[in-house]
Write a protein that binds this ligand. Structure first.
Ligand code: ADP
Ligand code: MG
Length: 257
């Protein structure tokens, strides 16, 4: 048996879609309070890896360990009870609901499909606590001026923040973000990452897929690069990360993209 040392670890993950091997023996490690970035050209398997880690897809082979426990194949609701939550590449707010409601549903949301059951619950006391918590999160994310705005009227960047807010409702230990600043203006992008740094100080760990290296590089502790379903390079710490990104082979893959 393999010795598991990290907060989150995958061991030899394989995922096939028919003939296509989307994950080919992927092993990564994430330590507590790290901000880990996963990059790679389109179609390299990043979203599939996130889907397998967060329980949205079962792997064909290999394992996922979270806090040293084997959580392979556990469904997203089980994982979020354990403290693992994710956001999606395309935020999925309920457009007719307010920012406040969209964040409140995080507490019952299993991730993919936000549940509306919350609003029918008799447990007023519990609802009051949920409301207070949502308002705290809105305040933390500096979204107070948008509390009662319909989510459908927000900018792309604001929606990404609401998605993060929804994830925070579950008191997560690990947040997996799929492209948190894609299409977001630089100013708001840095604001999102400064919130991520603040959350890290509160003991939250991050695994992030994001293309905007220019913005995210200064925030990350570890980097994995994927290509054709494989991890082809990794670096930990500023120096190693820079070396990896300056590797001509890596540059070629990116120019080829
Ligand atoms: P990335 O997020 O790095 O762009 P993905 O993980 O989305 O890459 O996709 C990896 C490969 O797997 C791609 O070739 C993609 O077309 C394929 N793929 C992803 N999801 C599915 C699916 N549900 N069914 C079939 N093929 C898929
Ligand atoms: Mg993707």
């Amino acid at each position: 048996n393999k010795k598991i040392n990290s907060f989150l670890e995958t061991d030899g993950l394989i995922k096939n879609f028919g003939e296509l091997r989307a994950l080919d023996n992927v092993s990564i490690q994430v330590d507590r309070k790290e901000i880990v970035l996963l990059i790679g050209p389109n179609g390299s398997g990043k979203s599939t890896l996130i889907n397998v880690i967060t329980g949205f897809l079962p792997p064909d082979e290999g394992k996922v360990f979270f806090e040293k426990e084997d959580v392979t194949g556990k469904d997203p609701s089980e994982l979020y009870k354990r403290g693992m939550v994710r956001t999606f590449q395309t935020p999925q707010p309920l457009p007719e609901m307010t920012v406040l409601e969209n964040i409140m549903i995080g507490i019952t949301s299993k991730g993919e499909e936000p549940l509306t059951a919350l609003f029918y619950k008799k447990w007023l006391k519990q609802e009051e606590e949920i409301l207070e918590k949502a308002l705290d999160i809105i305040n933390f994310l500096k979204l107070s001026h948008l509390t009662f705005k319909k989510a459908g009227e927000l900018s792309g960047g604001q929606m990404k923040l609401v998605a993060l807010g929804r994830a925070l409702m579950t008191n997560p230990k690990l947040i997996v973000l799929d492209e948190p600043i894609a299409g977001v203006a630089p100013g708001l992008s840095h604001e999102i990452f400064s919130k991520i740094l603040e959350l890290r100080e509160q003991d939250v760990t991050f695994l992030i897929v994001e293309h905007r290296l220019d913005i995210v590089l200064k925030y990350i502790d570890r980097l994995y690069i994927m290509f054709n379903g494989k991890v082809i390079a990794e670096g930990k710490g500023e120096k190693e990360i820079k070396e990896v990104l300056n590797d001509p082979k890596i540059i070629e893959i990116y120019i080829g993209d």
